[in-house]
Design a protein around this ligand. Structure first.
Ligand SMILES: Cc1cc2nc3c(=O)[nH]c(=O)nc-3n(C[C@H](O)[C@H](O)[C@H](O)COP(=O)(O)O)c2cc1C
Length: 337
């Protein structure tokens, strides 16, 4: 129950997951609110290693009829989700948080979305009773792109993963089901096509957020989120600069090494160094040597988590005679042409 679970690049801290459950707690404009943060913090502290949010809409057209659904349809939602995720990670840095994304298709009403109700086909939903306009192929393609933009926002907000809602009669399910998909086009020929296009778009969008790091003699395409890599490198540089700032000649040396299977980033400083007796603990969450109020003790713990997420590692090189040297190793996932 409490053993880690590896899902490709994502390590879940245990087997207790909070399944996606609609909270009905968002602000009227779809931003997640204080209720979301309070609920997720309780779940994180209560032992749910992974939290999957209730379904969030990827566009206004795909918003649910319930009034207080949260969205990921626009930039202003990114900061709001960031705050919620920050509260969760502060409560328990190990907790993983996954955004469930959906487009409701025919299962909504125009009075809420302000737009015509659309679906894979014209069949009305017997509960919502809205007249449904069948999506044209270009309109379906536009919704696929909206899923792509939504996943980019989710990544920027700091979600660990996304989950695609392909059930419960929502739009993707409407393409999957012969009851609603009566199309004569390629989406009718292959009921899986719309879902496959959404998944392909998500992968493509996430690839767009990868970064190429280069060092002499090697050329690496790192499948790392820009945000992750930036946070990692910034943390290491910040620590090194801070550690050496009281020296007469503060020095920070950054070296990139091509190690075959790995790209190695060494960040060395000439500061006071890290005492032997605390070396074991520096990657623990909330461990800090700074005075109260000056540091949360999360920087190195989050940095090493990010490194592990990308199947790499972050260690302290204890052979260093002066100051400290952190060694970050990231796998070569794809050699650039
Ligand atoms: C109030 C409520 C809201 C739910 N919201 C969602 C949702 O947003 N997305 C989703 O995929 N499932 C949703 N579900 C379904 C749950 O995730 C879960 O699959 C269902 O409750 C069955 O869980 P169980 O098999 O553990 O009993 C919701 C269920 C309830 C009771």
């Amino acid at each position: 129950m409490f053993q880690q679970l590896q899902l490709r690049g994502l390590t879940l801290p245990g087997r207790i997951l909070r399944a996606a459950t609609f909270e009905n707690m968002a602000e009227p404009d779809g931003k997640p609110g204080k209720g979301h943060a309070a609920l997720y913090v309780r779940l994180a502290l209560g032992g749910a290693g992974t939290i999957i949010t209730g379904f969030a809409y990827t566009s206004l057209q795909g918003r649910a009829a319930q009034r207080f659904q949260a969205g990921i349809d626009a930039e202003d939602k990114v900061e709001a989700w960031k705050r919620v995720i920050g509260r969760v990670k502060q409560a328990n840095p190990e907790t993983k948080i996954i955004l469930q994304m959906a487009h409701t298709g025919r299962q909504t009403i125009s009075a809420v979305t302000g737009r015509p109700v659309v679906g894979a086909g014209p069949v009305r939903c017997t509960y919502f009773l809205s007249t449904v306009r069948t999506l044209t192929e270009p309109e379906a393609a536009a919704i696929v792109r909206e899923f792509g933009r939504a996943v980019a926002r989710a990544a920027r907000a700091g979600f660990d993963a996304v989950q695609i809602h392909a059930a419960h009669g929502y739009l993707i399910h409407q393409f999957l089901s012969p009851h609603t998909n009566r199309r004569k086009d390629r989406y009718g020929d292959d009921p899986l096509l719309f879902l496959k296009e959404v998944l392909t778009e998500l992968v493509r969008e996430l690839d767009r957020h990868s970064v190429r790091l280069q060092c002499e003699g090697g050329n690496f395409q790192l499948k790392a989120f820009r945000m992750d890599l930036e946070q990692l490198l910034r943390q290491l540089l910040h620590n090194a600069i801070e550690a050496s700032e009281n020296r007469e000649h503060p020095q920070v040396l950054v070296r990139l090494r091509d190690q075959g299977e790995h790209l190695q980033v060494e960040v060395r400083d000439n500061g006071t160094g890290i005492k032997e007796e605390i070396r074991e603990r520096i990657f623990e969450p909330f461990f800090t040597t700074k005075p109260v109020g000056r540091g949360l003790g999360l920087g190195l713990s989050i940095a090493s988590q990010i490194a592990r997420l990308h199947k790499g590692s972050l260690v302290l090189d204890s052979s260093s005679s002066e100051g400290s040297c952190f060694v970050l190793r990231l796998p070569r996932s794809l050699e650039a042409e």
